[in-house]
Design a protein around this ligand. Structure first.
Ligand code: G6P
Length: 610
């Protein structure tokens, strides 16, 4: 959450900063600002509440000049989203400015201390204490790195900082603890950014700053120091992503583009890992003996990644016959989990930066478990801290509501399940071959579903006034319902709940009334009759039904107001198909309501606070 950028080079910094911030708007978009250092003594700060477009207009009017600057797009934590609370924050003489992503937990005490030393605060943010602390230590030390190091030693919490000192007109300083920060390496210019897509247009080579490190960035050099100011050697990582992938390329929204990129995301994730009908998943890095002796798998994740994990539980348990526990990462870390020997932990995360997932991964490691990360962003913190990483190859995902990254996570979990099942001999070689073939055919089946967009759009248009929409299903369908419901509420602001179909009658069915829409997912033939009965229970209480099923389920189809018949596949893979119409349904309702599909209110894509 919150996006930070920085630039030092020969170009005018302001347009570069604005352009980079546009790629990070998914991290927060309630206010934004830049600071540019030019020939004047004072650092020029321009900031405003509202979207980046508001900042862009101000910048176009004021035309700040200077080849060095920092920028920020905010997702408010402390202090309402107004102009005063927007970053950058600066000292009284405007000779130090900073942008921050994270939370300074001891800001209350620090604010009191600094106020008693005569500092005046202009905002209600936790961040502003950092700039006054810097000012305080810089006055005594006259050395920016020392001042930064002393400030950081006083600050508790998480941070990625970008910092300018008017006294150092050629340098952007940066520091990090538990919030992501990359330095982009250009030719005669360098960058900082919370996430690589912000700078891909300029460079594919980045250095990831680690916890308790301070970076000193000039146009021709990047030096990184530990907090004790000893220089530390860093290796650059090459990010292969195409910068075009972070553009809309003619689609109305990133979400729609990313929905359409799902066949490619699955192909890129799955195909290179299948050779001659076999799954090579060296990244799993567990010996065959270890796989045979596994007693349990723990999956930890947040949001949609958690929903992928719930599908993963059903699939792994069914195919590989290993008990799987799926936890919301935020719960796992504080519930003193009991982790047995001979088990391992999978952390799933698109960004690789989600604070709760990272903390859950660390807890699993602390207890001695082998950890595997399923992560989309190369070089991200979770990817670096896990014992082993299976990268999803979804490419950069920009829309806040995830689609293609979720699909790539599902595909990866299928690969894991099949690999484990083969080693444990819980599927026959024949069935394994059939399932692998089926997995490879998912992209074209998704393409068939995407071609049905128009009818889904028409039905979505009719549903835009709905106040509540329920999703029901059993087994894998319940897991898919969780994701369908989240997608809908995230971007349409319609209240929605996903329920295990058999559980609805234990309370929640009291909410069903005439005209309530219930999305009934029935893709598991062994459970058809049960779900059809549960659907009948809501129909007779007045509900309208959107049915998602295969063609051989007339009992459900005949009572539906609208239905999507999924292309035939093995039921184990149905979640990869049923999610497509549910994403399109959510997208078109949001569109019909005139909402900002890619930037829904109150949300951020990368949640780096607890
Ligand atoms: C946020 C996003 C969700 C995402 C979740 C986990 O809440 O809005 O779309 O599923 O974080 O993110 P991760 O990057 O860990 O997959």
């Amino acid at each position: 959450m919150c996006g930070i950028v920085g630039y030092v080079g020969n170009l005018n910094a302001a347009p570069v900063l604005i352009d980079s911030l546009k790629k990070l708007e998914y991290r927060g978009y309630d206010s934004a600002g830049i600071a540019v250092l030019g020939k004047e003594v004072e650092i020029k700060v321009i900031k405003t509440q509202g979207r980046l477009s508001a900042l862009e207009s101000l910048v176009l009017d004021q035309k700040p000049q200077g080849n060095i600057g920092i920028g920020h797009t905010r997702w408010a934590t402390h202090g309402e989203p107004n102009t005063e609370n927007a970053h950058p924050h600066y000292n009284a003489s405007r000779t130090i400015a900073l942008v921050h992503n994270g939370i300074i937990e001891n800001h209350g005490d620090l604010r009191q201390e600094l106020t008693s030393r005569g500092y005046t605060f202009l905002s209600h943010t936790d961040t502003e204490v950092a700039v006054h602390l810097l000012d305080y230590y810089y006055k005594s030390e006259k050395d920016p790195k020392k001042a930064i190091s002393m400030t950081l030693s006083r600050v508790k919490g998480s941070y990625a900082f970008g910092i300018l000192f008017a006294d150092c007109p050629n340098t952007v300083f940066a520091a990090r603890k538990d919030s992501p920060l990359a330095v982009g390496l250009g030719q005669g210019e360098n960058f900082i950014a919370s996430d690589a897509p912000a700078i891909l247009k300029h460079t594919h080579d980045v250095i990831y700053i680690d916890n308790d490190e301070i970076a000193e960035i000039q146009k021709d050099s990047v030096k990184v120091y530990h907090l004790n100011l000893k220089e530390t050697a860093k290796e650059a990582v090459h990010i292969g992503w195409d910068p075009e992938a972070a553009e809309k390329n003619g689609f109305a929204h990133f979400m729609l583009k990313e929905i359409h990129e799902q066949p490619a995301a699955i192909r890129n994730t799955v195909f290179p890992r299948i050779t001659d009908g076999n799954i090579s998943l060296d990244e799993l890095a567990l010996s065959e003996d270890a796989i045979k002796n596994l007693r349990k798998i723990h999956i930890v994740a947040c949001g949609s990644a958690y929903h992928a994990g719930v599908v993963g539980k059903y699939v792994i348990e069914k195919l590989a016959r290993i008990p799987v526990e799926v936890d919301l990462a935020s719960e796992f870390r504080y519930r003193e989990p009991i982790l047995e020997k001979d088990s391992f932990c999978i952390a799933i995360s698109q960004s690789g930066e989600t604070a709760d997932t990272l903390a859950a991964l660390r807890e699993a490691k602390r207890q001695g478990l082998f950890t595997v990360a399923i992560v989309n962003v190369i070089g991200s913190t979770i990817a670096r801290e896990a014992d082993s990483v299976i990268h999803t190859h979804a490419g950069p995902e920009i829309s806040v509501a995830t689609t293609k990254a979720y699909s790539a996570q599902l595909a990866t979990l299928y690969l894991v399940a099949l690999r484990l099942a083969l080693v444990r001999a819980t599927v026959t070689k024949e069935d394994f071959a059939k399932l692998v073939k089926e997995l490879k055919s998912l992209p074209e089946k998704i393409e068939m579903l995407l071609a049905e967009q128009e009818s889904i759009k028409q039905f979505a248009n009719k549903c835009k006034e709905k106040k509540d929409i329920f999703f029901i299903g059993r087994g894998i369908d319940y897991a898919a319902a969780l994701e369908g419901s989240l997608k809908l509420k995230e971007i349409s602001y319609i209240h929605s709940e996903a329920y295990a179909a058999g559980e609805l009658k234990h309370g929640t069915i009291s909410l069903i009334e005439k005209g309530t829409l219930v999305v009934s997912l029935a893709t598991q033939p062994t459970l058809y009759e049960k779900t059809v009965s549960n659907t009948a229970e809501v129909i007779c209480r007045g509900a309208d039904i959107l049915a998602l099923t295969f063609g051989d389920n007339p009992a459900l189809l005949q009572n539906a107001a609208f239905s999507v018949i999924l292309p035939e596949t093995d039921p184990i893979f149905s979640a990869s198909l049923s999610v497509i119409p549910l994403q399109l349904f959510a997208y078109h309702i949001s569109l019909a309501k005139g909402l900002d599909v890619d930037k829904p209110r109150n949300l951020a894509k990368s949640v780096t606070v607890e």
